[in-house]
Design a protein around this ligand. Sequence first.
Ligand code: C2O
Ligand code: CU
Ligand code: CU
Length: 528
Amino acid sequence: MKRRMFLSGVLGAATASLFARASLAGESGDGMSGMPGMADMTHAPAPAPLAPLAAVDALAAGAPLANLRTLANESREAGVFRATLIAQPAAHALLADTPPTTFWQYDSGAANNDGPMIGPLIDVREGDRVEIRFVNRLAQPTTIHWHGLPVPPDQDGNPANPIAPGAMHVYRFTLPKGSAGTYWYHPHPHMQTAEQVFRGLAGPIVVRSADDPLADWPERHLFVSDLKLAADGTIAANSMMDWMNGREGQFVLVNGAREPRIGIVRDERWRVWNGCNARYLLLAFDDGRAFAQVGTDGGLLGAPREGLTSLLLAPGERVELIVRAGQGASSARLLAAQYDRRKMAMTHGSLPPTPMATLAQVAFAPQAAFAGKALPAQLRPIAPLVPSNVKKSVVFGEAMDMHAMHQPGASQRRMPQGMHFMINGESYDPARITLTSRRNEVEQWTIANQTDMDHPFHLHGTQFQVLARESGGNRIDETVLAWRDTVNVKPGESVHLATVQHEAGDRMFHCHILEHEDLGMMGTLRVT
Ligand code: C2O
Ligand code: CU
Ligand code: CU
């Protein structure tokens, strides 16, 4: 089986695997202890163990789903949304007998700021002029990136535009017609994005249009995040395995809580965000009940997709669903069902997939007045992007230097040595322009995943259309016309998409497993 490229020829296989087991011994909570071959490591040098993790039932479950906080508009001018966001530490009491857990979260600065650690919802309209005054009260530089929104390149929180600790910055952009959809904001500083997001910095954005055909459907927001909590109540640092595969904690949270309860009395429109660093969400109900999809990252589909029983939401992606009240009273669990993204083991081979997780417990009331309301057959017109013959190629690659990875202390470093995640053969370099495009020219991009694990591709500043997926000589044309900014690419797969940028400047594109992004699976697109 072709696995990955191992750079080191100096360590014999036996030595390499001995060291591999030694460093795995220090990795608690990665589900590794049950792996075959993990018992015979007693004489290997033991690195300092990482802090033990909190038990998987240490967080209370089953509270009613919390509403997200909404960012208040400080402007009285029509068509202007003006607000303040502060990135700062905030304590939340999570575990019974530890001090509160310190998150890093976005707050509005308003006095009454109670609610989940998820950043406040920015609820805006097409045509709005948005001005967000941002204050960095972290000890690290940071930025705010407006994931998926067509904002000017110099307002998009690129790693090249850090806001220093203590500094303030006003982000300004105008939301164009056609931009209605489900977005989010999160930091994007050079090599510190993964940590800032897993400590809590992320928040939802909804852009509304004046002619939304589903405007009168009751709307519910599920912002999914991931939490790896140590037993002492602190947020655990990344382990070597977290860096390699992307971090998945022992908890998956919806609006900041574990397995919240949702009661549905009418058919509802759900917006779901995957704000996890690396966890894939294969959304499904445990009783197999069907739901409909009405939107993607960049807003409504052309037509609803009825009768779905599962839907994969890769890290960074969003979706709009229709979830219907019951024929009779019933209940079901909303799951992140098991999905095998081919996580790597430290030596050859892959890890077992992440076990299924419950996202929410849902009680469905019998059909009420609104229930059973038919969806419009057409949601909105979407014009297919027709690519010129300008083509771009993005190749995901990885290389593991076993020697460097197994140096003493390698797993205790802030960022591990020896893991190379690359685009077109190179790790991210702020000084390098990876690709160049011309404004307003529709291009065809091919994203080829030459590694042996899944990577979600994300491009800033625009929404693209997937044209086809190709794997093992098989080409499957995309049948769903949709606007996306993030698309999963499986090992060995190539995804063809049509994309266009409308403003000159530099845009990032990268894997949205944030550890991979920080380790270099990112490039710069210069638009001229
Ligand atoms: Cu959601 Cu470059 O990011
Ligand atoms: Cu983005
Ligand atoms: Cu990746």
